[in-house]
Design a protein around this ligand. Structure first.
Ligand SMILES: NC(=O)c1ccc[n+]([C@@H]2O[C@H](COP(=O)([O-])OP(=O)(O)OC[C@H]3O[C@@H](n4cnc5c(N)ncnc54)[C@H](O)[C@@H]3O)[C@@H](O)[C@H]2O)c1
Ligand SMILES: [Zn+2]
Length: 348
């Protein structure tokens, strides 16, 4: 078992290990929680894990109830969010009760936002069940739902009281979802280098999974501790994301987020190499990493992507902040005028 303490505005612990879901009640009791716990989960995860978590909570004296929504990003809406709030009100949840997310990033983002806003905030506990949620979305306190006009347009920064990842959850995760998580994993590998890069180069296995998640969470911890509300350094976590968002828009989200991020990292590595900013040998290491993780894709060409950068939400005024790669473990924030994006990306 590994654990990371995130010293955000409200500190919390992230625990990672096999069989941990059998201890959720113990962890909650240790935090001084008692009373009602609403388990928010989706229709794929509920039949696998919700009863087990609920039983464990009953055993520890909690009163759990389960709210299940249809799995998928299509459910990350104001409507589902409203239903969660209505359920909390009907079950007479008070400020001393707890909302527990059991699922991937969709569940965590939406349950977290409900917890942030119901009665101006009730305790939130996150049990991520996907690789992507374990290494990325469950840490850092971003919660949100989508609007028809765009993804994650309504939300709040709200820190969980605890994040608990049972590595056994990975046993039921479909290959495509593992690959999707690996896309964000590649982002950490290039941002951090070192052991994260080495593990992904060797390939993720049941033996190195716990270490890998620990290292990614710890990397995210360092970045969000330095910049909780994304004023500066936290933008590094957007490596590959300007391209990824353009690919997602162009393909109407057929390309999953993590896979689009991996392509974004590839485009940024290629660009840095062409601009003479990234040593050739490091560029080939990144290419090799992508290929060996089944992420060596060729998606939309750069000419198609550039017009979409202009609309990227990370843009401040007429400037675009890009995360550029000067080396493995050495990424930087580079601001360019939006008007020059074409010239910047179209190097020969
Ligand atoms: N808050 C943040 O900082 C942050 C960061 C990155 C992504 N996100 C958000 O995360 C979401 C994507 O997360 P995701 O990829 O986890 O998607 P997801 O929650 O939809 O999960 C993916 C699929 O896997 C299934 N699943 C989950 N756990 C399973 C398990 N253990 N076994 C079998 N099936 C399982 C789900 O039912 C779903 O069908 C997006 O909405 C994105 O905006 C948020
Ligand atoms: Zn991402």
């Amino acid at each position: 078992m590994r654990s990371v303490t995130v010293n955000a505005s409200t500190p919390y612990e992230v625990v990672i290990g096999a069989g941990l879901s059998g201890k959720i009640g113990e962890y909650l009791a240790r935090l001084g929680r008692k009373g009602k716990v609403m388990i928010v989960t989706d229709s794929h995860v509920a039949p696998l894990y919700a009863e087990g978590v609920a039983d464990e909570l009953v055993y520890r004296g909690f009163e759990p109830s389960i709210y299940t929504f249809d799995a998928g990003e299509e459910s990350k809406t104001l409507k589902t969010y409203g239903e969660i709030l209505a359920f909390l009100a009907e079950e007479e949840f008070s400020r001393t009760d707890t909302v527990l997310a059991l699922g991937g990033g969709v569940t965590g983002d939406m349950a977290g936002f409900a917890a942030a806003t119901y009665m101006r905030g009730v305790a939130f506990v996150n049990m991520p069940t996907t690789l992507l949620a374990a290494i990325d979305s469950s840490v850092g306190g971003k919660t949100a739902v989508d609007l028809p006009q765009g993804k994650n347009l309504v939300g709040a920064f709200y820190q969980p009281s605890l994040v608990l990842f049972d590595t056994d959850f990975m046993k039921t995760l479909p290959y495509d979802e593992i690959r999707n998580g690996l896309g964000e994993g590649v982002k950490y590998a290039v941002l951090e280098g070192g052991a994260i890069f080495d593990i992904l180069s060797e390939g993720l296995t049941s033996e190195n999974l716990e270490d890998f998640i620990y290292l990614c969470v710890d990397a995210k911890r360092r970045i969000v501790e330095a910049d909780e509300k994304e004023g500066g350094k936290r933008k590094l976590l957007n490596l590959g994301h300007t391209v990824a968002h353009a690919v997602e828009t162009l393909t109407e989200f057929v390309v999953p987020h993590g896979v689009a991020v991996a392509y974004g990292v590839r485009v940024m590595a290629r660009l840095a190499s062409q601009r003479g900013e990234l040593p050739e040998e490091e560029f080939y290491k990144i290419e090799e990493l992508l290929l060996s993780n089944d992420l060596g894709l060729e998606l939309n060409p750069i000419e198609e992507l550039i017009p979409h950068f202009v609309a990227d939400k990370k843009r401040a005024g007429d400037r675009l902040t890009l995360v550029t790669i000067a080396g493995i473990g050495d990424c930087r924030l580079t601001e360019i005028p939006v008007a020059e994006a074409g010239a910047y990306f179209m190097v020969e």
